[in-house]
Write a protein that binds this ligand. Structure first.
Ligand SMILES: *Cc1c(COP(=O)(O)O)cnc(C)c1O
Length: 455
């Protein structure tokens, strides 16, 4: 139904003479009358007039077309109302990719979600209630981050990882040179490339080494008075194997210029299951002057960018004019603090999931689903991945429920709770590594409903 038809009043009403008295167009109720129906009073307050009016207008169009009886318009409109005033929909991530960029990266912990609600209204984000004066914005979040990474002299939070890198480069290297290895010229995703980001804020790049190999001597030869810093970028979404070498931060730290390490994933400390993934603590211990990272990858928090490192450097970044353009909002600060201080966030829980427990969940889920059109649900072993957020090449042993591939689309299109799995060797796998165990029963219910509808 087009916007054109929704907006205007029914054209037929202007020519009432030409319609028969039993014509549904004739008996179509007025918009005002439908909106005044008591059924729609609560949604009008909760969702807002705009959303309710739009749905009512659509329903009236269907009434004029004879698809909805005039006396059913209010109830039909009520049933068609969205649940929330947001069109983003919650989906179950059964892809087996823990940090899935297209599904919004890290899901927040319940504590972080609660923090969003607390921060949503007026809050003391920038007010010291004790003195009644302006306070440092997000001081408790900053303190929590500093406490989580004791090796950092200073910390600052910006909008995302790219913003952290842009701020460092703008503040330290505008009109100057950044030295970077050719094997670390990373495309982050969606066509965005780190080298282009650096150039966009006025730095010139000096590439060293080759695609597969670089040595400390290559960096040494590239250093002159124009160099602002050496940048080490973690290849967080690809692997180069074979005849390769790169220079660790520990060796770069011997160069006479600052070293900035873009670790990407936001691991604050080394993770036992991800031995090759760099962490902020390790990079700082090895001598990095500054570390940049994302907050919504392996840290498991809201989208944000972390800057950690030498106190005076971080302070100069925080005071730089460009920092204001990259400032995070109170919601981000609240969710980040709860991620740092609260219970284990879902990403960390998924990384620590026990494959035996995952298999037991898959067995129970398969039994609860049972027969479906074209087969029967079956528990299988699966190999999950950390995702574009970090740790490329790391296999996470997991378990899944295997279903006929024909169910992939209807499950993804489910109007209530879409379930996104992955199709592998002709079967749909619902991998449980990134599914909250508390949601297993709801996933089973969606599958049963969707499979039943297709039977
Ligand atoms: C993800 C990533 C970025 C970009 O971070 P965003 O938070 O997506 O802006 C930059 N560098 C590396 C190494 C990354 O992995």
């Amino acid at each position: 139904m087009g916007e054109r038809h929704r907006r205007g009043s029914c054209p037929a009403l202007g020519h009432a003479d030409s319609v028969h008295s039993d014509d549904p167009r004739r008996r179509t109720p007025r918009t005002d009358a439908v909106l005044a129906d008591p059924l729609l009073a609560e949604p009008r307050t909760r969702l807002g007039e705009g959303i309710v009016k739009r749905v009512v207008a659509d329903t009236l169009d269907r009434c004029r077309a004879g698809e909805v009886a005039p006396e059913d318009v209010a109830a039909t409109a009520y049933a068609a109302l969205p649940t929330y005033a947001v069109s983003l929909r919650r989906v179950f991530n059964a892809t087996g990719v823990v940090v899935h960029t297209n599904l919004g990266r890290a899901p927040l912990s319940a504590a972080a979600v609660e923090a969003l609600t607390v921060a949503a209204g007026a809050t003391d984000v920038e007010l010291d209630l004790a003195t009644g004066r302006r306070g440092r914005r997000g001081r408790d979040t900053v303190a929590a981050l500093a406490a989580a990474v004791p090796d950092a002299g200073g910390v600052h939070v910006v909008n995302n990882g790219a913003a952290a890198l842009a701020l460092v480069t703008c503040a330290l290297a505008a009109g100057r040179v950044v030295v970077i290895a050719r094997g670390e010229l990373v495309e982050i995703g969606d066509g965005f490339r780190i080298p282009e980001l650096l150039e966009s804020v006025g730095a010139r790049l000096r590439e060293v080494g080759t695609t597969n190999r670089v040595r400390l001597a290559d960096y040494e030869a590239a250093i002159d008075d124009d160099v602002a810093f050496v940048l080490k970028v973690h290849p967080s979404n690809f692997l180069v194997s074979g005849f390769t070498s790169s220079v660790p931060v520990r060796e770069l730290a011997t160069l006479p210029v600052p070293v900035v390490a873009d670790i990407g994933s936001g691991l604050l400390a080394p993770h036992p299951r991800l031995p090759d993934e760099p962490s902020a603590a390790a990079a700082l211990k090895e001598g990095a002057d500054l570390v940049t990272a994302s907050g919504d990858k392996l840290l498991g928090g809201p989208q944000c960018g972390l800057l950690l490192g030498r106190a005076e450097l971080v302070e100069s970044l925080r005071r730089h004019p460009f920092a204001r353009a990259l400032r995070v909002d109170k919601l981000t600060l609240a969710a980040l603090e709860a991620t740092l201080t609260g219970p284990v966030p879902p990403v960390a829980a998924a990384l620590a999931a026990d494959p035996v427990a995952l298999r037991a969940r898959a067995e129970a889920l398969a039994a609860a689903i049972g027969e479906v059109p074209g087969g029967v649900a079956e528990a299988v072993d699966s190999t999950a991945a950390v995702g574009g957020g970090g740790a490329p090449g790391v296999d996470l042993p997991s378990a899944a429920v295997a279903l006929p591939a024909a169910l992939a689309e209807p499950l993804r299109l489910d109007p209530e709770l879409p379930v996104v799995g992955r199709v592998e060797r002709g079967r749909l796998l619902l991998d449980l590594v990134a599914v909250d165990p508390a949601d297993d029963a709801r996933v089973a219910a969606v599958v049963r409903r969707v499979a039943g509808a297709g039977a």
